[in-house]
Design a protein around this ligand. Structure first.
Ligand code: AMP
Ligand code: MG
Length: 397
């Protein structure tokens, strides 16, 4: 392993190769959690007509105060074609179309309804309780911009604006492969020297919520032919993520087999703990990540590097991990050579978030990591971060 890249350099090299995938039309039902590739434009003025914000009476403001005859009553969905005669009022429900010649609505709470007439004691202000046509958005204007992830409010906005289909980035197809002759599936009996395989499910659980369409490939033994077949298959995806076999041991075959199959290595080795021997390469448009096999190394590597790539492939403008800030609850020793991600628990005091490492920081200790809800970033250097000093962290779901 030559010079280790910094995390930022490594991420920059990944993101410059993670170009947005082609867009596809998606019905609104299927658009939830997807990323818009093109801005979605409103089909209509919204509201489509001037409508009442209250149950009450539509009037000409200049006719108030006074007792006005009720000319007719308007229900939602049944606009009146009548004009409002001067000096009269029209009963109206919330959402009802305000007659053209009315310019205010007096809420029922401010009126005395005498059936054929209404008593209005106060002067109504022009425009009061009327939602103007196009007041939310005008026809042809942007409802949701490109790059935004479609959540509940966006679904509602698109439906309200009459948008039935949106242009979304295709979901990246991600193949996940685990290597290691010692790996068994949960439910099997472990023979001496064997452990249960955990990384494929872990990686899938990180990438699927980021929008990836994940395919789990079988676990492969530390054997070149098995590696060749599985890696070749994974290279048909948009992203291939492998776990294990990227260190310097005699059974670490991923990089050499990938190279044989035409993967150009962009880098190998990042100054991060855990996760140092992470590799990244490309074959054609396929991005290839080699994550180290220790489960916490896979977790950190996938969070720092693969999730951003999956987001960038979907057109997210700034796909870099979103750090939050808090304060160290205890002092944290810095590592001289590598930035470290310390599995930590969050708590709160009057001033904000405090972070405290969990016990058990070794990279095989996935159960200890599972008791954490944050990864605190301890930049490399000498000495320590003192208790109370600011730190940044990545939240763990
Ligand atoms: P490697 O990166 O292949 O050298 O693996 C490093 C350590 O992680 C070894 O102790 C492996 O047994 C373990 N390991 C590798 N892959 C997995 C996996 N998919 N699930 C659980 N542990 C793994
Ligand atoms: Mg291995």
């Amino acid at each position: 392993m030559g010079e280790l890249l910094t995390i930022d350099e490594a991420l920059a090299r990944i993101l410059e190769r993670a170009r947005p995938l082609p867009a596809e039309l998606v019905s609104l039902d299927e658009a939830r959690s997807r990323f818009l590739a093109q801005p979605a434009l409103s089909a209509v003025d919204l509201p489509p007509f001037a409508s009442s914000a209250m149950d009450g009476f539509a009037v000409r403001a200049a006719d108030t105060p006074g007792t006005l005859p009720v000319a007719f009553r308007v229900a939602a969905g049944h606009p009146s074609t009548d004009t409002l005669p001067a000096g009269s009022a029209a009963g109206i429900a919330t959402g009802g179309a305000v007659p053209d010649d009315a310019d205010a609505v007096v809420p029922v709470e401010r009126a005395v309804d005498r059936d054929t007439a209404v008593e209005i004691a106060e002067q109504a202000q022009p425009g009061a309780h009327i939602r103007p046509r196009g007041g939310d958005v005008e026809a042809g204007a942007v409802v949701v911009p490109a790059g935004v992830r479609i959540g509940a409010a966006q679904i509602g906005a698109l439906a309200a604006a009459g948008v039935a289909e949106v242009s979304c980035a295709r979901r990246p197809r991600v193949a996940v492969l685990a290597t290691g002759s010692e790996l068994r599936a949960a439910g099997e009996t472990l023979e001496p020297g064997e452990i249960y395989e955990s990384n494929r499910a872990l990686i899938a659980a990180l990438l699927a919520p980021a929008g990836a369409d994940v395919e789990l490939l079988p676990v492969v033994a530390d054997d070149p032919d098995a590696h060749r077949a599985a890696i070749e298959r994974g290279l048909s995806a948009d992203v291939l993520v492998t776990s294990g076999g990227v260190s310097v041991g005699p059974h670490d075959l991923v990089r050499s087999v990938a190279a044989e199959l035409g993967v150009e290595e962009v880098f190998w080795g990042v100054a991060v703990k855990p996760g140092k021997p992470l590799s990244f390469g490309v074959r054609g448009a396929t991005l290839v990540f080699g994550l180290p096999g220790n489960p916490v190394s896979s977790l950190v590597g996938a969070l720092l590097f693969v999730v951003p790539a999956v987001l960038a492939l979907q057109g997210v403008a700034d796909a870099r991990p979103a750090y939050e800030t808090g304060r160290a609850r205890v002092s944290l020793r810095r590592n001289e050579g590598r930035d470290e991600f310390v599995r930590s628990r969050r708590s709160r005091d009057g001033e904000g978030t405090l972070l405290e490492p969990v016990s058990g920081q070794e990279s095989h200790m996935i159960v200890r990591a599972a008791s954490a809800d944050a990864l605190v970033h301890v930049p490399r250097g000498n000495g320590e971060i003192a208790a109370g000093d600011p730190v940044r962290y990545l939240a763990l779901a």
